[in-house]
Each structure stands twice: as C-alpha cells, then as structure tokens.
Design a binder for this molecule. Structure first.
Ligand SMILES: Cc1cc2nc3c(=O)[nH]c(=O)nc-3n(C[C@H](O)[C@H](O)[C@H](O)COP(=O)(O)O)c2cc1C
Length: 304
C-alpha cells in the first residue's frame, strides 16, 4: 500500500496500522492461541519495570458501563525475565514487538532503554509516562511537560530503538505534552492511557477496586481519546497512535480521521481476543472498498 511510508515510527516501518495496547494481552503471546500475531502492525507488551512488580491488592478490575476500571499496578516479570523468557518467544512468533516500559524517574527510563537496546526481536519502545495506578510518580511525571521531555530525552540518549511516548489524558493541554515528547526525541506519541475513575459498591459501601481508584478504559473513553488524538496530531509533526475504546474497525477509521497514523486495541481483547485482527481485516476491507490507502485516512476529518 502506498501509504506505508507514513506508517514509519522512526526507523520502524509498520506492516499495517493496528497494534495491541499495552497490558491488555499480557506479553502478546497470550493472543497467539487465537491468531497469528505476526500479522498485526505490532504487539505492545505489558509494562516492564527494572525489577519485577507484584502489583496492587485485589480486586484489580471491575466492569463499568461501556468499559472497565483496572488497578493492576503494573504487575510484571521485570526487564531481565522479559529479555530472557518472553522476547525470544515473541521473536519466534514473528511479531513486531514494542516493549512498553515503566519508569518513575528519567533515570529509570534511561536504565530500561539501555538494558533493552539492541535486543534481538525488539523493534521499538513505548515509554509509559502516564500510568495512573502506581503511587510513586507515574502520573506526576506524565502530566508535567518538562518532566516528559526529560524522561524521553533520557531514554533517547540510551538507545537507538524507535521511541513512542505514551501520554496521559489527565491534562488541560495534550499538545504541550506531545510537543515536550517530540522535543525530547520521541519518534511518535501514543494517546491515551487510561483516565482515573472510581466505582463504589452500594451494599458494602466500599470501593469496588482494592486500590480505591483505577484507570478507566474501553468504549466509554473513545470520544475523549478521539478528541485528544485530534489535538495532539495538530500540535506535532511526528505520528500519533490512537488508543482508547477501539473495538470495531469503524473505531480505527474514526481515530485515523481524527489524526492517528496507527491505532492500538486494548480492552476489546478481553471480550473478544481476536478483536485486533478483526479491526485490521475490517479496516483493510474498508480501504479496498473506498480505493484508498491507510495514509489517505490520517487527519482527513471534514471540518467544514
Ligand atoms: C488491565 C489493563 C492493564 C494495562 N496496563 C498498561 C501498561 O502496563 N502500560 C500502559 O502503558 N498502559 C496500560 N494499560 C492502558 C492501555 O494500554 C490503553 O492505553 C487503555 O486501556 C485505553 O485503551 P482501550 O480503551 O482500548 O483499552 C492497561 C489497560 C488495562 C485495561
């Protein structure tokens, strides 16, 4: 497809614009039981930290109208085990792998980027600058443009891998966060992470999540994500990856019309593990029917 040139994230050319969203399909291998994960544009892994993390106290997920709340707290195996155990399997599966990494300081992002630099089978890093579910700093770092610039620059100095900066929706100015990421050396931004929410059980009068609050995801947040993608894509020249409530191929088209070069499918996979593949198949059929390329859709919303 002639639009492929536009699908470049730094030196990485994606084979198509549909990826999985971090944390919603483990390390990606979990989906391999349902379809060939190599056909997707990319697999974004669960967030990886320097040390293994146990995560927050249960319950860690609950259903909400048209979505869900989670407070997983970034439970993960840690970077050493990821490299030793998960990455070789993803490579053997032929997947385009984007490692989502979690730091709470620029120094942690630098160390993670250094440890992952040059690993066979790894194609890009997504910096989680925006997790609402960790006490020590994820959100504070991700909502301050100066800290975002610093964290991205720290990772940039430690790796030649393409860098995607994942932004928080908890800001009055997504353009400022996107510009800061681009100035720090990001090759793309992904918009958006979950937004903090809360649900209370009226019988027990207790929060429905063990952690009290959690991150809201799913179709409930799609209009917010579409608006943020629209604004971010007008603020920076680098690609914007749209994340938030993409369930059907029409949602991917909507994100792309708003300005996304690619999309990630997250919560939908919990309902239907083949959702990322179905989104891709539907998107391709739509482009064929309309006789357009992916690139023709990017930012093509009619505003007059
Ligand atoms: C259970 C769960 C775990 C998540 N873990 C991560 C994570 O580790 N790192 C990250 O950057 N985003 C994480 N996210 C956020 C998603 O990648 C995505 O940004 C968000 O869910 C919005 O997309 P969706 O509505 O398609 O799910 C998680 C989301 C859920 C629901």
């Amino acid at each position: 497809m002639s639009g492929e040139r536009r699908l470049a994230i730094g030196s990485l050319v994606l084979r198509n614009p549909v990826l999985t969203a971090s944390g919603t399909c483990g390390y990606g291998l979990e989906l391999a039981r349902y379809f060939d994960i190599a056909v997707l544009g990319g697999i974004c892994t669960k967030g990886i930290s320097l040390e293994p993390r146990a995560g927050n106290s249960p319950p860690r997920v609950c259903e909400t109208p048209a979505g869900m709340l989670n407070s997983i707290g970034l439970a993960n195996v840690g970077v050493e085990a990821f490299v030793a155990e998960k990455l070789p399997k993803l490579q053997a599966a032929g997947a385009t792998v984007v490692a989502n990494v979690l730091g709470t300081t620029p120094g942690e992002f630098e160390r993670l980027a250094r440890k992952l630099d040059g690993r066979p089978g790894l194609h890009a890093l997504e910096l989680n600058l925006s997790c609402p579910n960790v006490r020590e700093g994820g959100l504070r770092l991700g909502t301050d443009p100066g800290r975002v610039r610093e964290a991205v620059a720290a990772a940039r100095g430690a790796t030649t891998l393409p860098l995607i900066a994942k932004l928080s929706p908890e800001t009055a100015d997504i353009g400022a966060l996107a510009r800061a990421a681009a100035e720090g050396g990001a090759d793309a931004v992904s918009v958006m992470n979950t937004i903090r929410g809360m649900a209370i059980d009226v019988r027990t009068r207790r929060p429905r999540l063990g952690n009290g609050m959690g991150g809201l995801s799913g179709p409930a947040i799609r209009p917010l994500a579409v608006r943020l993608v629209f604004e971010a894509s007008r603020a920076v020249p680098i690609p914007v990856i749209g994340v938030g409530g993409v369930v059907r191929w029409e949602d991917a088209v909507e994100m792309m019309l708003a300005g996304a070069t690619a999309v990630q499918v997250g919560t939908a996979s919990f309902v239907h593990p083949r959702a990322p593949l179905d989104v891709l198949v539907g998107l391709d059929a739509y482009c064929k029917e309309q006789q357009i390329t992916y690139a023709d859709l990017v930012g093509a919303v009619c505003l007059d």
